[in-house]
Design a protein around this ligand. Sequence first.
Ligand code: ATP
Ligand code: MG
Length: 346
Amino acid sequence: MSRSINLAVIPGDGIGQEVVAQGLKVLKVVLPEDVKLETKEYDLGAQRWHRTGETLPEAELESLKGHDAILLGAIGDPSVPSGVLERGLLLKLRFAFDHYINLRPSKLFPNTATPLAGRPEIDFVVVREGTEGPYTGNGGSLRTGTPAEVATEVSLNTAYGVERVVRDAFERANARPRKKLTLVHKNNVLVYAGHLWKNTFDKVAAEYPDVTTDYLHVDAATIFFVTQPERFDVIVTDNLFGDILTDLAAAVSGGIGLAASGNINPTGTFPSMFEPVHGSAPDIAGQGKADPTATILSVALLLRHLGQEAEAARIEEAVSADLAERDGTPRTTDEIGDALAARVAG
Ligand code: ATP
Ligand code: MG
């Protein structure tokens, strides 16, 4: 059956442009001939904001809805006030397209740098909640800027929102060989939200007798990420804890140049968005120094989400083989993209 992928591309800012070009290069060669690829580029990010003051106009939000998936490079530039693009573009997309799963796999590939002694086995996936927690903009400030300022930032947790991410995580754990799921929260101190998460987790666990479950407080989890990362298979956690834990996960498993992510709407009602975990890295932008591997691995997640499992696996195998052969000689962004494209092309 012939099919097509209608992809929205948001290269964004800084190295986002450079790494997305490599992601597309690999995507074009990995797809079988009977899968047609159509791409449409969207000019969103810092330059657009400087030109027009717009972050994500309604018309473009509507247009983005029509795609099968979105590939994003990175958004952000020091010339734009902090929060403008994060809230006006990235979070807006996540909420508008109900990206309630933020999927962040961590795998320690061969021959990559890890600060951990003894190169432990690292192969886990963090399922981070993407639409609730403290990221909903629910809060306020009183007497702002005075010595008597009071600020609140409310963490929002609904039974609906928690249950759907917990269910997704159980499904993912059940589909993996080790079938282990760890809930990370802080229910000894954040008792209201923690209670909802733990109860929901225990309730859903009863439906997955083959999945081994575990619970860790987030502070303990950070210790185990460093001392025993091999104990993790799938982790489910809230928006804020997941944000912090996945940066740590990237740091222990080969660095920010390799960390991929997906902002997923599993129902398929809206397009899911795939992006490297790293930002726009203005310090190295335009120099051809950015490692495009994280973006290329994000393309693999995108393909898996669209049902192209064989192609996703080919990309991951190519990355693994490429890293195994890297000898420390610096390669440009383009050279790494070319090497990976050559490998997946067979
Ligand atoms: P953001 O707020 O958008 O997450 P950030 O300030 O946290 O951005 P990044 O843009 O992720 O930071 O960059 C952090 C550091 O990692 C920088 O020194 C950057 O040069 C480096 N870096 C990020 N991505 C890459 C990459 N793909 N290849 C090589 N180095 C990278
Ligand atoms: Mg960052």
